[in-house]
Design a protein around this ligand. Structure first.
Ligand SMILES: [Zn+2]
Length: 113
């Protein structure tokens, strides 16, 4: 069976799928961002798939901030992260910062003649 690069229907990540199945979903985390979510409400916050709490908080902030880029105006957001399987369990606090990235691009000009 040829290897296929597909989007996982469970975790939404792109990865290689083949027999035997190569892809394994990363663990699910619940992330409460700054003043925007209530960590005392286990159902508030955002689910993020990642290998650890730091990456989960960064991914959740990236998703939450994708349209407006509010986080560029703040120094950082303090996130509370717990495993999705234990939303009332021990919390990890993670500070997430955002920065703009400069992008360069070329554009072919028409000849002046
Ligand atoms: Zn997956």
């Amino acid at each position: 069976m040829p290897r296929e690069f597909l989007r996982c229907t469970t975790c939404n990540q792109w990865d290689w799928f083949s027999e035997p199945r190569a892809h394994r979903c990363k663990p699910a985390w619940r992330v409460w961002i700054g003043d925007h979510h209530d960590p005392d409400d286990p159902d508030d916050g955002i689910e993020a798939r990642a290998d650890d709490a730091e990456d989960a908080a960064a991914r959740a902030c990236e998703e939450w901030d994708a349209d407006e880029h509010y986080m560029l105006d703040y120094e950082s957001e303090l996130c509370v992260v717990r495993p999705e399987t234990d939303r009332s369990g021990r919390a990890t606090r993670v500070r997430v910062e955002a920065e703009a990235v400069v992008e360069y691009r070329g554009q072919v000009l028409e000849d002046e003649s």
